[in-house]
Each structure stands twice: as C-alpha cells, then as structure tokens.
Design a protein around this ligand. Structure first.
Ligand code: 5GP
Length: 193
C-alpha cells in the first residue's frame, strides 16, 4: 500500500538492530484517520473471509484491530500479556519471544471469548520473526477455532516470519513489506495491496 510506504519513509525511524519505530502514527501517538485507511484495505482484502472475530495482541495491535473491526462489523479480542489475576484461570495461554524487548512473555485469552465455532481474523501492527502470530495461532488451535486470515500493517520480510507462514498456507496479507532497512534507506518489497 503506497500510502503506508510513504508514511514509513516520512516518519519511520530505523534503529540499528532491525527495529523500525513508527511511534508518531502507529505505536505511541496514533493517527486514527490514517489507521482508518489501513483498516479499509483490510476490510476489502478480508471481506469474503467470513470471520466472526478479530484477534490481536495488546497493546499496539488493538487500535488497528478496532479500526478494522468497525469496517468489518466484528468484535475484537486481544490477547493479554503476562499473568493477570482479573482474567481468572479459565484462559488459553501461549508463550512468545519479544523481538523488540528480547524477553519471553505469556499471552492469554479468556475461554469465554474464543470458541470452536469462531472463524478468526488475526490483525497486528508488525510481523518480524512470526513469534507473536504463532502464539496466537496456537491459542486458536487449542480453542479448536479456525484462522481465516492474517492481516499485518508492516511486515519485515528480511526476518522470515511471513514467508514461513505463507509457505504453511496461511492467508497472510501485509500492507507494506520491508525487504531491507539500513544506511541505504528502506527498501520495500511486493506488498499485498
Ligand atoms: P515477531 O513476534 O513477529 O518477531 O514480532 C512481532 C511483534 O514484535 C509485533 O507485535 C510488534 O509489537 C513487535 N515488533 C517486531 N518488530 C518490530 C519493529 O521493527 N518495530 C516495532 N515498533 N515493533 C516491532
């Protein structure tokens, strides 16, 4: 999606260790009207997926998932990170490794909000190694629900997570794919829109 690539070129800050900061519009300050444009793309891409629910991870996936949910008229469930006493024991859990923080963490979803009849559309802001998405996939599998699509705003193609998921047959669609980023600037690959 050219609009997103342009925004990344204009406002993204490349950190030396393979991390792109997009705090000015996606991860800290949120440009809500811009997110609506990304969400409209997701809604078009996944309009025929017949999802019953959008799944994401707190915190940075929530705004994008909610924007997409408004277009698709679906509820959003977000995985909570870490153990929380206010969710209770009736939860699905999975662990993942945080690429940006270099730590392992648990995520959990209350069994009340995901069931075997659900067809799940996963939405997240970034895809790098695929760890976060795989933790969500394992929760969906445990719930015996079905994944009908994965929508990512920014995929870092050079970290391989997206290729592995596509090779496994997931309907993974990314609005911007970064092939490399460094001294020569950001090079985009073929995105899905
Ligand atoms: P993965 O689990 O695919 O390795 O990483 C995905 C998760 O890590 C995303 O949910 C996102 O929160 C975070 N992440 C990975 N790479 C980046 C990055 O370059 N910039 C930002 N802002 N977050 C990232």
């Amino acid at each position: 999606m050219r609009l997103l690539e342009e925004r990344i070129e204009k406002d993204g800050v490349v950190l030396g260790f393979g991390v792109l900061k997009v705090d000015s519009f996606l991860n800290h300050q949120i440009d809500v009207l811009f997110l609506d444009k990304l969400a409209a793309e997701f809604a078009e891409i996944f309009s025929k997926a017949r999802a019953t629910k959008i799944l994401t991870v707190e915190a940075s996936g929530i705004a994008l998932a909610c924007a997409a949910a408004r277009f698709l008229e679906l509820p959003v469930v977000f995985a909570k990170k870490g153990s929380r006493s206010n969710v209770g024991n009736d939860v699905y859990t999975a662990s993942s490794h945080s690429f940006t923080h270099n730590t392992d963490y648990n995520m959990e979803i209350s069994k009340k909000y995901l069931s075997a009849s659900d067809k799940v559309l996963i939405i997240d802001d970034f895809l790098a190694t695929g760890g976060a998405i795989r933790a969500l996939l394992s929760i969906v599998e445990t719930a015996k629900a079905r994944v009908v699509g994965i929508g990512i705003a920014i995929e870092k193609g050079f970290q391989g997570g997206g290729k592995a998921l596509r090779d496994e047959g997931y309907n993974l669609r990314s609005l911007a794919v970064i092939e490399s980023m460094g001294n020569d600037g950001i090079i985009f690959g073929q995105a899905d829109r």
